[in-house]
Design a protein around this ligand. Structure first.
Ligand code: EPU
Length: 345
């Protein structure tokens, strides 16, 4: 375990906010968490790859970062259960699964961040989310100071959320996650343009006759992401900044009416039971924000859901002010209240 004080965080958050933490602890085993000195600055908070958060200023407490990176497969009859350390890079796990011909997380390829955070925030992309594959989550309980484990059902997963983000917030530190991967041929190509992109890459015959592999789907997904999303090394961002709003049907009709009146074209949407999910990117784009800059902050020109640190010099206040302006204009124009997906710290 290493303990650092007054730590610059620019390299520890993909938004590249130049802020500091009073203290950072990096630990290599779950057991070390039991030995963290009580007198380190509070609050204590787990930090993953820093790819889904916005530091709104200096952090006065202690960030706990896992360097537990093992990948331990246990062969089962129909599937493979993989126990993975919380500090493993999520995409390294996706690459490992693809290399072993295992299905389940190929659509989640190339998402920045670490395995522990993936299980906390229920990462998702292209019709798959972490909750589909998480079996168990092993944790250290900061309140009771003991180890525990939760089944996926106990984690209360929902769209980009879990109990770890709600009533359990900042109580449990994830140390390892059990992931269930399938041996059986099971590509998921039905989201957006995944099938079309796979056909373009490998040909219709291969795609429709069961000749895909997890590696091929992974390659397809990485291709799509590279076209639409900024690489954290090149342009600071935290991926999707807002959640896609899930609204009552009447509110969707209101948006439809508005789109008709103003010639905004078709309104993309997905049915969610009684409710309707509308892509926040569409709402933001139709408010004229796509590609716009405000000082050092901006809206990505290829995906309106992504706020960026356009110059690398953006201060947290600039991102926050852009966030507020976008929320206000979407509310004003469509009557929909956007909520951030990115955690504000
Ligand atoms: N759209 C626009 N303008 C844009 C971009 C998209 O109008 O600039 C519309 C299009 O109609 C498109 C629809 O929005 O069909 C959906 O876009 P996309 O498939 O890119 O997905 P998204 O809803 O914007 C979500 C996730 C992404 C994930 C993609 C693909 C959330 C908050 N975001 O974005 O996750 O990669 O789906 O599954 O649910 C992330 O969480 O950081 C992230 C990138």
């Amino acid at each position: 375990m290493d303990i650092f004080y007054d730590v610059p965080l620019a390299r520890l958050n993909t938004f590249r906010m130049k802020v500091q933490a009073a203290c950072l602890v990096e630990y290599d085993t779950a057991e070390e968490l039991g030995g963290i000195p009580e007198d380190l600055p509070k609050p204590w908070k787990a930090l993953g790859g820093g790819s889904n958060l916005l530091f709104t200023g200096d952090f006065p407490g202690t960030l706990l970062h896992s360097r537990i990176r093992f990948i331990q497969p246990v062969e089962m009859q129909e599937y493979v259960l993989v126990r993975v350390g919380s500090g493993a890079c999520w995409d390294d796990l996706c690459a490992w699964a693809a290399d072993h011909g295992l299905w389940g997380i190929e659509n989640l390829s190339h998402i920045p961040g670490e395995v522990g955070a993936a299980a906390v925030q229920n990462i998702g992309a292209y019709g798959v989310e972490a909750a589909d594959v998480v079996d168990t989550v092993e944790c250290y309980d900061l309140v009771e100071r003991r180890f525990c484990r939760f089944s996926a059902a106990e984690c209360g997963y929902g769209y980009r959320t879990s109990r770890f983000k709600e009533e359990w917030k900042d109580r449990y530190i994830v140390t390892a996650v059990g992931i269930r991967l399938a041996k059986e041929y099971s590509p998921k190509l039905d989201y957006g343009n995944v099938r079309t992109a796979a056909i373009r890459r490998f040909g219709a015959y291969e795609v429709e006759t069961g000749s895909l592999t997890p590696s091929r789907v992974r390659e397809t997904v990485i291709g799509i992401r590279r076209e639409k999303l900024p690489e954290p090394e090149e342009l600071g961002s935290a991926g999707s900044f807002f959640r896609n709003p899930i609204v009552p049907r009447e509110q969707y009709w209101q948006v439809l009416r508005k789109a008709g009146e103003e010639g905004l074209g078709e309104v993309p949407h997905y049915d969610a039971g009684e409710l309707v999910k509308i892509p926040a990117a569409w709402l933001i784009e139709k408010c004229g924000w796509k590609g716009r800059r405000e000082g050092n902050a901006g809206v990505y020109d290829r995906q309106a859901l992504v706020l960026v640190n356009a110059t690398g010099q953006a201060a947290p206040g600039e991102i926050l002010s852009l966030e507020e302006k976008i929320k206000a204009s979407v509310l004003d124009r469509f009557g929909i209240r956007l909520t951030p997906e990115v955690e504000h710290i």
